[in-house]
Write a protein that binds this ligand. Structure first.
Ligand code: GLY
Length: 357
Protein backbone atom coordinates (compact mmCIF):
# COMPACT_ATOMS: atom_id res chain seq x y z
CA UNK A 1 0.00 0.00 0.00
CA UNK A 2 1.67 3.26 -1.06
CA UNK A 3 2.02 5.58 1.89
CA UNK A 4 3.91 8.85 1.66
CA UNK A 5 5.14 10.79 4.66
CA UNK A 6 4.73 14.53 5.08
CA UNK A 7 7.28 15.85 7.55
CA UNK A 8 6.91 19.43 8.67
CA UNK A 9 7.92 21.36 11.80
CA UNK A 10 4.23 21.10 12.77
CA UNK A 11 3.93 17.37 12.54
CA UNK A 12 4.52 14.19 10.61
CA UNK A 13 1.69 12.33 8.94
CA UNK A 14 0.99 9.87 6.18
CA UNK A 15 -0.88 10.28 2.92
CA UNK A 16 -2.10 6.77 2.25
CA UNK A 17 -3.20 5.72 -1.26
CA UNK A 18 -5.17 2.48 -1.19
CA UNK A 19 -8.38 1.18 -2.73
CA UNK A 20 -10.80 0.33 0.04
CA UNK A 21 -8.96 2.39 2.66
CA UNK A 22 -12.16 4.21 3.66
CA UNK A 23 -13.24 0.98 5.34
CA UNK A 24 -10.39 1.45 7.84
CA UNK A 25 -10.63 5.23 8.22
CA UNK A 26 -11.26 4.92 11.97
CA UNK A 27 -7.68 3.66 12.43
CA UNK A 28 -6.45 7.12 11.52
CA UNK A 29 -8.45 8.97 14.16
CA UNK A 30 -6.66 9.73 17.44
CA UNK A 31 -7.22 7.14 20.20
CA UNK A 32 -7.90 9.68 22.86
CA UNK A 33 -10.65 11.74 21.32
CA UNK A 34 -14.08 13.18 21.87
CA UNK A 35 -16.80 13.37 19.27
CA UNK A 36 -15.92 13.01 15.60
CA UNK A 37 -17.55 15.59 13.30
CA UNK A 38 -17.74 14.40 9.71
CA UNK A 39 -17.78 17.51 7.53
CA UNK A 40 -19.13 16.82 4.06
CA UNK A 41 -21.68 18.00 1.48
CA UNK A 42 -25.07 16.47 0.80
CA UNK A 43 -23.93 15.48 -2.65
CA UNK A 44 -20.82 13.61 -1.48
CA UNK A 45 -22.82 12.03 1.31
CA UNK A 46 -25.44 10.73 -1.12
CA UNK A 47 -22.79 9.00 -3.25
CA UNK A 48 -20.18 7.93 -0.72
CA UNK A 49 -21.72 8.29 2.74
CA UNK A 50 -22.48 4.59 3.07
CA UNK A 51 -18.82 3.68 2.47
CA UNK A 52 -17.69 6.11 5.15
CA UNK A 53 -20.34 4.91 7.59
CA UNK A 54 -18.94 1.38 7.25
CA UNK A 55 -15.48 2.72 8.10
CA UNK A 56 -16.86 4.53 11.15
CA UNK A 57 -18.83 1.59 12.56
CA UNK A 58 -18.67 1.81 16.36
CA UNK A 59 -17.25 5.37 16.33
CA UNK A 60 -19.50 8.07 17.81
CA UNK A 61 -19.86 10.74 15.14
CA UNK A 62 -22.02 13.55 13.84
CA UNK A 63 -22.47 14.65 10.24
CA UNK A 64 -22.25 18.35 9.39
CA UNK A 65 -23.12 19.39 5.84
CA UNK A 66 -21.46 22.36 4.19
CA UNK A 67 -22.86 23.92 1.02
CA UNK A 68 -21.03 22.80 -2.12
CA UNK A 69 -19.58 25.13 -4.74
CA UNK A 70 -16.60 27.46 -4.84
CA UNK A 71 -18.91 30.49 -4.59
CA UNK A 72 -20.14 29.22 -1.19
CA UNK A 73 -16.61 28.64 0.16
CA UNK A 74 -16.99 31.59 2.49
CA UNK A 75 -16.75 32.39 6.18
CA UNK A 76 -20.51 32.42 6.84
CA UNK A 77 -21.12 28.66 6.40
CA UNK A 78 -18.16 27.95 8.70
CA UNK A 79 -19.67 30.05 11.46
CA UNK A 80 -22.92 28.13 11.09
CA UNK A 81 -21.03 24.80 11.16
CA UNK A 82 -19.14 25.80 14.31
CA UNK A 83 -22.40 26.79 16.06
CA UNK A 84 -23.84 23.41 15.06
CA UNK A 85 -20.80 21.60 16.47
CA UNK A 86 -21.21 23.34 19.81
CA UNK A 87 -24.95 22.50 19.87
CA UNK A 88 -24.11 18.85 19.22
CA UNK A 89 -21.56 18.59 22.00
CA UNK A 90 -18.33 19.59 20.29
CA UNK A 91 -15.45 20.55 22.56
CA UNK A 92 -11.66 20.72 22.58
CA UNK A 93 -11.38 16.96 22.30
CA UNK A 94 -13.45 16.82 19.11
CA UNK A 95 -11.99 15.84 15.76
CA UNK A 96 -13.01 16.91 12.26
CA UNK A 97 -13.10 14.28 9.53
CA UNK A 98 -13.27 16.21 6.25
CA UNK A 99 -14.95 13.99 3.68
CA UNK A 100 -15.34 15.45 0.22
CA UNK A 101 -13.59 17.43 -2.48
CA UNK A 102 -11.13 20.29 -2.20
CA UNK A 103 -13.77 22.75 -1.04
CA UNK A 104 -14.65 20.44 1.85
CA UNK A 105 -11.03 19.75 2.82
CA UNK A 106 -10.19 23.48 2.63
CA UNK A 107 -13.24 24.47 4.69
CA UNK A 108 -13.20 21.48 7.03
CA UNK A 109 -9.50 22.01 7.66
CA UNK A 110 -10.07 25.68 8.42
CA UNK A 111 -12.99 24.84 10.70
CA UNK A 112 -10.67 22.50 12.62
CA UNK A 113 -7.96 25.18 12.72
CA UNK A 114 -10.24 27.72 14.40
CA UNK A 115 -12.79 25.66 16.39
CA UNK A 116 -11.93 26.12 20.09
CA UNK A 117 -8.61 27.55 18.83
CA UNK A 118 -7.73 24.38 17.00
CA UNK A 119 -8.71 20.71 16.98
CA UNK A 120 -7.28 17.85 14.87
CA UNK A 121 -8.47 17.06 11.36
CA UNK A 122 -8.24 13.91 9.25
CA UNK A 123 -8.86 14.23 5.52
CA UNK A 124 -10.65 11.60 3.45
CA UNK A 125 -10.75 13.28 0.02
CA UNK A 126 -13.29 12.02 -2.52
CA UNK A 127 -12.39 13.96 -5.67
CA UNK A 128 -9.28 13.45 -7.73
CA UNK A 129 -8.22 17.05 -7.24
CA UNK A 130 -8.49 16.83 -3.47
CA UNK A 131 -6.71 13.46 -3.41
CA UNK A 132 -3.64 14.69 -5.27
CA UNK A 133 -3.51 18.28 -4.08
CA UNK A 134 -5.98 20.04 -1.80
CA UNK A 135 -6.03 17.55 1.07
CA UNK A 136 -2.24 17.34 1.37
CA UNK A 137 -0.07 20.03 2.85
CA UNK A 138 -2.20 21.79 5.43
CA UNK A 139 -3.50 24.72 3.42
CA UNK A 140 -7.00 25.56 4.60
CA UNK A 141 -9.25 28.53 4.09
CA UNK A 142 -12.10 30.28 2.34
CA UNK A 143 -12.56 32.87 -0.40
CA UNK A 144 -13.30 36.56 -0.11
CA UNK A 145 -15.24 38.45 -2.74
CA UNK A 146 -11.92 40.06 -3.67
CA UNK A 147 -10.00 36.86 -4.20
CA UNK A 148 -9.51 33.19 -3.68
CA UNK A 149 -8.35 31.65 -0.38
CA UNK A 150 -7.58 35.06 1.09
CA UNK A 151 -8.57 34.00 4.62
CA UNK A 152 -7.15 30.79 6.02
CA UNK A 153 -4.52 29.00 8.06
CA UNK A 154 -1.92 26.30 7.73
CA UNK A 155 -3.32 23.38 9.69
CA UNK A 156 -1.73 20.03 8.94
CA UNK A 157 -4.02 16.98 9.15
CA UNK A 158 -3.29 13.90 11.26
CA UNK A 159 -3.61 11.74 8.15
CA UNK A 160 -4.86 11.82 4.56
CA UNK A 161 -6.78 8.67 3.63
CA UNK A 162 -7.03 8.42 -0.16
CA UNK A 163 -9.37 5.75 -1.48
CA UNK A 164 -9.35 5.83 -5.30
CA UNK A 165 -12.55 3.72 -5.31
CA UNK A 166 -14.45 6.90 -4.37
CA UNK A 167 -13.70 8.22 -7.88
CA UNK A 168 -16.08 5.69 -9.42
CA UNK A 169 -19.04 8.01 -8.74
CA UNK A 170 -17.19 11.23 -9.60
CA UNK A 171 -18.75 13.18 -12.51
CA UNK A 172 -16.62 13.22 -15.65
CA UNK A 173 -16.03 16.96 -15.50
CA UNK A 174 -14.73 16.76 -11.92
CA UNK A 175 -12.51 13.84 -12.85
CA UNK A 176 -10.92 15.77 -15.71
CA UNK A 177 -10.48 18.79 -13.45
CA UNK A 178 -8.38 16.57 -11.17
CA UNK A 179 -6.41 15.20 -14.10
CA UNK A 180 -5.23 18.73 -14.91
CA UNK A 181 -3.67 18.93 -11.46
CA UNK A 182 -1.86 15.67 -12.18
CA UNK A 183 -0.62 17.10 -15.48
CA UNK A 184 0.67 20.00 -13.39
CA UNK A 185 2.49 17.57 -11.07
CA UNK A 186 4.21 16.07 -14.10
CA UNK A 187 5.13 19.41 -15.64
CA UNK A 188 6.69 20.84 -12.50
CA UNK A 189 8.56 17.83 -11.09
CA UNK A 190 7.92 14.45 -12.64
CA UNK A 191 8.70 14.02 -16.34
CA UNK A 192 7.95 10.28 -16.14
CA UNK A 193 4.44 10.98 -14.85
CA UNK A 194 3.97 13.55 -17.62
CA UNK A 195 4.98 11.02 -20.29
CA UNK A 196 2.67 8.41 -18.79
CA UNK A 197 -0.23 10.86 -18.99
CA UNK A 198 0.69 11.76 -22.56
CA UNK A 199 0.96 8.12 -23.65
CA UNK A 200 -1.89 6.50 -21.69
CA UNK A 201 -4.83 8.88 -21.91
CA UNK A 202 -7.32 6.15 -23.00
CA UNK A 203 -6.69 4.09 -19.83
CA UNK A 204 -6.62 7.18 -17.63
CA UNK A 205 -9.85 8.56 -19.10
CA UNK A 206 -11.50 5.12 -18.80
CA UNK A 207 -10.51 5.20 -15.10
CA UNK A 208 -8.71 1.86 -15.32
CA UNK A 209 -7.69 1.19 -11.71
CA UNK A 210 -4.02 0.41 -12.47
CA UNK A 211 -3.59 3.67 -14.38
CA UNK A 212 -5.58 5.75 -11.90
CA UNK A 213 -3.76 4.37 -8.85
CA UNK A 214 -0.40 4.90 -10.52
CA UNK A 215 -0.96 8.56 -11.39
CA UNK A 216 -2.48 9.32 -7.98
CA UNK A 217 0.48 7.75 -6.18
CA UNK A 218 2.97 9.66 -8.35
CA UNK A 219 1.23 12.99 -7.79
CA UNK A 220 0.87 12.36 -4.05
CA UNK A 221 4.55 11.44 -3.80
CA UNK A 222 5.49 14.69 -5.53
CA UNK A 223 3.23 16.78 -3.32
CA UNK A 224 4.40 15.20 -0.06
CA UNK A 225 8.05 15.71 -1.02
CA UNK A 226 7.51 19.36 -1.86
CA UNK A 227 5.49 20.13 1.28
CA UNK A 228 8.06 18.33 3.44
CA UNK A 229 10.79 20.51 1.95
CA UNK A 230 8.87 23.78 2.33
CA UNK A 231 5.70 23.76 4.42
CA UNK A 232 5.01 27.51 4.38
CA UNK A 233 5.64 28.20 0.70
CA UNK A 234 8.73 30.29 1.16
CA UNK A 235 10.65 28.45 -1.56
CA UNK A 236 10.12 25.17 -3.38
CA UNK A 237 6.39 24.89 -2.60
CA UNK A 238 5.74 27.89 -4.82
CA UNK A 239 6.17 25.67 -7.88
CA UNK A 240 2.87 23.99 -6.95
CA UNK A 241 1.22 27.22 -8.02
CA UNK A 242 1.92 26.67 -11.70
CA UNK A 243 -1.23 27.86 -13.46
CA UNK A 244 -2.74 29.18 -10.22
CA UNK A 245 -1.98 32.87 -10.63
CA UNK A 246 -3.83 33.03 -13.93
CA UNK A 247 -6.34 30.41 -12.76
CA UNK A 248 -7.31 32.28 -9.59
CA UNK A 249 -7.81 35.43 -11.66
CA UNK A 250 -10.13 33.50 -13.98
CA UNK A 251 -12.11 32.06 -11.08
CA UNK A 252 -12.50 35.43 -9.35
CA UNK A 253 -13.39 37.20 -12.60
CA UNK A 254 -16.17 34.71 -13.32
CA UNK A 255 -17.58 34.71 -9.78
CA UNK A 256 -16.31 31.19 -8.95
CA UNK A 257 -19.28 29.64 -10.77
CA UNK A 258 -18.17 29.04 -14.34
CA UNK A 259 -15.01 26.98 -13.93
CA UNK A 260 -13.98 24.24 -11.57
CA UNK A 261 -10.68 24.98 -9.85
CA UNK A 262 -8.83 22.34 -11.89
CA UNK A 263 -10.23 23.79 -15.12
CA UNK A 264 -9.04 27.26 -14.13
CA UNK A 265 -5.61 25.79 -13.39
CA UNK A 266 -5.60 24.17 -16.84
CA UNK A 267 -6.30 27.57 -18.39
CA UNK A 268 -3.55 29.01 -16.20
CA UNK A 269 -1.07 26.35 -17.32
CA UNK A 270 -1.88 27.18 -20.91
CA UNK A 271 -1.17 30.86 -20.26
CA UNK A 272 2.00 29.94 -18.32
CA UNK A 273 3.23 27.75 -21.19
CA UNK A 274 2.75 30.63 -23.67
CA UNK A 275 4.38 33.11 -21.29
CA UNK A 276 7.31 30.79 -20.58
CA UNK A 277 7.89 30.29 -24.28
CA UNK A 278 7.53 34.00 -25.17
CA UNK A 279 9.86 35.08 -22.40
CA UNK A 280 12.54 32.54 -23.27
CA UNK A 281 12.13 30.19 -20.30
CA UNK A 282 10.76 27.19 -22.22
CA UNK A 283 11.47 25.61 -25.58
CA UNK A 284 8.74 25.68 -28.21
CA UNK A 285 8.77 21.85 -28.24
CA UNK A 286 8.09 21.55 -24.52
CA UNK A 287 5.40 24.24 -24.73
CA UNK A 288 3.65 22.24 -27.45
CA UNK A 289 3.88 19.06 -25.34
CA UNK A 290 2.24 20.83 -22.39
CA UNK A 291 -0.52 22.29 -24.55
CA UNK A 292 -1.11 18.87 -26.16
CA UNK A 293 -1.36 17.13 -22.78
CA UNK A 294 -3.91 19.70 -21.61
CA UNK A 295 -5.89 19.16 -24.81
CA UNK A 296 -5.85 15.36 -24.27
CA UNK A 297 -7.67 15.78 -20.97
CA UNK A 298 -9.85 18.67 -22.09
CA UNK A 299 -11.68 20.58 -23.20
CA UNK A 300 -12.17 23.18 -20.52
CA UNK A 301 -15.48 25.10 -20.76
CA UNK A 302 -15.69 27.97 -23.29
CA UNK A 303 -13.85 31.14 -22.37
CA UNK A 304 -16.01 33.60 -24.29
CA UNK A 305 -16.70 37.07 -22.89
CA UNK A 306 -13.58 37.15 -20.69
CA UNK A 307 -11.23 40.09 -21.26
CA UNK A 308 -7.48 39.59 -20.98
CA UNK A 309 -7.07 43.09 -19.45
CA UNK A 310 -9.48 42.20 -16.62
CA UNK A 311 -7.57 39.02 -15.80
CA UNK A 312 -4.27 40.90 -15.78
CA UNK A 313 -5.73 43.48 -13.37
CA UNK A 314 -6.82 40.64 -11.05
CA UNK A 315 -3.33 39.14 -10.88
CA UNK A 316 -2.15 41.91 -8.59
CA UNK A 317 -4.78 41.03 -5.96
CA UNK A 318 -3.72 37.41 -5.79
CA UNK A 319 -1.95 36.50 -2.58
CA UNK A 320 0.94 35.15 -4.62
CA UNK A 321 1.70 38.80 -5.41
CA UNK A 322 4.56 40.05 -3.26
CA UNK A 323 4.76 43.80 -2.52
CA UNK A 324 2.85 44.57 -5.72
CA UNK A 325 5.10 42.44 -7.96
CA UNK A 326 3.43 39.55 -9.71
CA UNK A 327 5.52 36.39 -9.61
CA UNK A 328 4.84 33.72 -12.19
CA UNK A 329 5.61 30.05 -11.87
CA UNK A 330 6.88 29.05 -15.29
CA UNK A 331 7.84 25.65 -16.66
CA UNK A 332 11.45 25.60 -17.82
CA UNK A 333 11.34 22.03 -19.16
CA UNK A 334 9.01 19.07 -18.67
CA UNK A 335 9.62 18.09 -15.05
CA UNK A 336 10.95 21.43 -13.83
CA UNK A 337 9.49 24.84 -13.03
CA UNK A 338 10.77 28.03 -11.47
CA UNK A 339 9.44 31.28 -10.09
CA UNK A 340 10.01 34.28 -12.36
CA UNK A 341 9.54 37.93 -11.52
CA UNK A 342 10.04 41.12 -13.51
CA UNK A 343 8.09 39.77 -16.46
CA UNK A 344 6.82 42.60 -18.64
CA UNK A 345 3.05 43.11 -18.31
CA UNK A 346 2.74 43.17 -22.10
CA UNK A 347 4.12 39.63 -22.34
CA UNK A 348 1.72 38.47 -19.64
CA UNK A 349 -1.17 40.15 -21.44
CA UNK A 350 -0.19 38.49 -24.73
CA UNK A 351 -0.02 35.10 -23.03
CA UNK A 352 -3.47 35.57 -21.48
CA UNK A 353 -4.90 36.67 -24.83
CA UNK A 354 -3.45 33.61 -26.58
CA UNK A 355 -4.71 31.30 -23.83
CA UNK A 356 -8.19 32.84 -24.11
CA UNK A 357 -8.32 32.47 -27.90
N1 GLY B 1 -2.24 23.73 -3.92
C1 GLY B 1 -0.96 24.29 -3.77
C2 GLY B 1 -0.32 23.98 -2.47
O1 GLY B 1 -0.78 23.14 -1.74
O2 GLY B 1 0.68 24.57 -2.12
Amino acid sequence: MPSFAVETPHGRYAALVERGSLAAVAQHLPQNRGKVFVVSTEDVWRHQGAALERGLAGVEHEIIHLPGGEDRKRLAPLEAAAEEMVRRGGDRTSVVLAFGGGIVTDMGGFLAAIFMRGIPVVHAPTTLLAQVDAAIGGKTGVNLRTGKNLVGAFHQPLAVVIDPATLETLPEREYRAGLYEIVKAGVIRDAELFRFLADHSPEVLAREPAAVDRIIAAAVRMKTEVVSADERESGLRRILNLGHTFGHALEAETGYTRFLHGEAVAFGMRAAAYLAENSGYLSAEDAVDILDALRLYGPIPPLDGIRAEDLLARLVHDKKTVRGAVHFVLPVRIGEAQVASGIDDRLALDAIRTALS
